[in-house]
Design a protein. Sequence first.
Length: 149
Amino acid sequence: MSDDHVAAEVLNESACWALLRSAEVGRLAVLVDGAPDIFPINYVVDHGSVVFRTAAGTKVDAAAQGGPVAFEVDGTDERSNAWSVVLRGTAAEGRGLGAALEDAALPLFPWHGEAKPRFLRIAPTAVSGRRFPITDPARWTSAFMDPRD
């Protein structure tokens, strides 16, 4: 069977978390003044949640409002499959010295050199994911070619 007829595999929650643990960069979507905004973030999975470091600004402000967030990570595996995992939930800053010490001990190293002293944790209310074979790009090239050429 060719890969263009294979349906996407819906991943169970355990497979989604395993894939999340295998990556280190994702995209955080938040509402800013009623409109969506997206930020790339380095993250780690910790105790059934996603933790990231940041500085004061839009991400912290959006989390402080308690509104919904989405977090998405994509990747590929060695068998030429692509996958995508999405978390939906809320993000909040840890409270108290214990939470700060626990978060600071996580292996979380942002790529950007700016100080990022604040840790936010995404508490998911829903986790979903899919895996599917990567289609040969030639399929799409031939689909748009005029057969009369």
